[in-house]
Design a protein around this ligand. Structure first.
Ligand code: ARG
Length: 475
């Protein structure tokens, strides 16, 4: 058989692989995304091989120079990742051998593609975890500035999508800050848990060469080598954790998008999306559609799909490596791209949106959102809460029949329902007071929100410091 058909494993074969089999089996078209990780891993491996005397220093040097020249050429576009190669590992090794001859064939000493791909995926994923975390921090920055600007922007809070109690826009966005800050922390903890090196696991059972696994782990900024070589080549837990975290991020983005869609509707008009973040209709000239929010909501499904896909792939794979695991790539890459786009676009969308504060306040005034406060008023006057609830319920029925808001009823009308009412009822049900009286931790009142904003500021500045060290470590 011709040398070029032998690829990485042709020695024991007498026939060429069937064309369809090759197509089905090859992964270069998608695992080329691992190119930089593959080169990085190989540089560390060859450095260690030569330090350990497993290959000569001279070969080590040639390999290093060869790998760097390949990397430079791919970066500059001089070398395209294409051709008849099974995967990115074969591509790099073939190019290296083309450039430096026999020394290139020595790179794979003491290594298997099983620990190589395990390493590449880990290096790639580690930097993506950091990248997604960085994007979340930018989104959190935007949310925090909306919070700061809107401590006094009154709006209705909803349950069952029915107006419930008055809150502020700051408080509402505060809930999203919490969600995305948890996402951020989830990514940090995934990073710590995944940051171990599989390199040196070999095919599954380590190797007889005196590899220095501590050295390669350190070289690649991992905490330590993985402790079991079977686990080293077969563990994809960190991908599942990351996909789970990405799914939760999408769920959060989708809830926010859903609210943006509702708020942007003609009926609500709480929000006006910037022209740059909206699209029109080919037939209805008046339309300005929230397509970005709808797409973010829509794309959530495909990220959940990626997570389910990999869970299903992994569930019955006998130890150690099986080719099923090649299926960890396409859906995973797609999920990462999708989530990154969705975070960036949502960030831009809310950053450029304008909030219709008058409309929000009017809406909060219109739906008896201060009814609970009216009941609490009676409680303060000594009426038991259950009775107060009943009295206010009857007043609301009366107000609906007479098409009035609670603050539009006269004191005589109030007194007709209970003698406990006085003129101070108007102050008690004033929306601003209703909000500001909510002073407990986590509540929308101005005092509570000021504290919350301070805490979020601290969280963000810590998160940014951690980000710097993570970026530094995974570079
Ligand atoms: N393309 C393979 C993957 O993504 C690389 C590992 C191949 N290992 C092997 N023994 N065939 O999993």
């Amino acid at each position: 058989m011709a040398e070029e058909f032998q690829g990485l494993w042709g020695g024991r074969f007498q026939k060429e692989t069937d064309t369809l089999v090759r197509k089905f089996n090859d992964s270069l078209s998608f695992d080329k995304r691992l190119f930089f990780s593959d080169v990085e891993g190989s540089l560390a491996h060859s450095k260690m091989l030569s330090k350990q005397g497993i290959i000569s220093e001279e070969d080590g040097k040639k390999i290093e120079e060869g790998l760097i020249s390949i990397r430079d050429d791919v970066k500059s576009g001089k070398l395209l990742i294409e051709g008849d190669y099974e995967d990115i590992h074969s591509f790099v090794e073939a190019k290296l051998t083309e450039r430096i001859g026999d020394a290139g064939k020595r790179l794979h000493t003491g290594r298997s593609r099983n620990d190589q791909v395990a390493l590449d995926m880990r290096l790639f994923t580690r930097s993506e975890v950091v990248c997604v975390r960085g994007l979340l921090i930018e989104l959190l920055d935007t949310i925090l500035s909306i919070m700061k600007d809107n401590v006094e922007t009154i709006m209705p809070g909803f349950t069952h999508l029915q107006k419930a109690q008055p809150i502020t826009l700051s408080h509402h966005f505060g809930a999203y800050f919490e969600m995305f800050s948890r996402d951020c922390e989830r990514l940090s903890s995934i990073y710590e848990r995944m940051n171990y090196s599989p390199l040196g696991s070999g095919a599954l059972a380590g190797t007889t060469y005196p590899l220095d696994r501590d050295m390669t782990a350190k070289e690649l900024s991992f905490r330590e080598p993985m402790r079991n070589s079977i686990d080293g080549v077969s563990d994809r837990d960190y991908l599942l954790e990351f996909l789970s975290a990405l799914s939760i991020i999408m769920m959060h983005l989708s809830r926010l998008s859903e609210e943006i869609i509702i708020w942007n509707s003609d009926e609500y008009r709480f929000i006006e999306l910037d022209d740059a973040y909206s699209t029109g209709s080919s037939i209805m000239p008046q339309k300005k559609n929230p397509d970005i929010a709808e797409l973010v909501r829509g794309k959530t499904g495909r990220v959940y799909g990626a997570m389910m896909s990999l869970f299903t792939t992994m569930k019955a794979i006998p130890l150690a490596y099986d080719k099923d695991m090649q299926e960890d790539k396409e859906v995973f890459f797609d999920a990462i791209d999708t989530v990154k786009h969705c975070i960036v676009l949502t960030d831009g969308e809310i950053k450029t949106a304008s909030f219709n504060k008058d409309r929000m306040k009017a809406s909060a005034g219109g739906g008896f959102t201060n009814a609970t406060d009216a009941a609490d008023y009676l409680v303060k006057k000594g009426v038991p809460f259950r009775d107060a609830h009943g009295i206010i319920g009857r007043i609301i029925l009366y107000a609906i029949e007479n098409k009035k808001a609670l603050d539009e009823l006269t004191i005589e009308e109030y007194k007709g329902f209970s003698e406990s009412f006085d003129n101070d009822i108007y102050e008690a049900i004033d929306l601003k007071n209703c909000v500001d009286q909510r002073k407990t931790i986590g509540a929308p009142g101005k005092e509570a929100m000021k504290k919350a904003i301070e805490q979020e500021e601290d969280f963000l500045s810590d998160a940014k410091k951690i980000q710097e060290t993570l970026v530094g470590r995974s570079e």
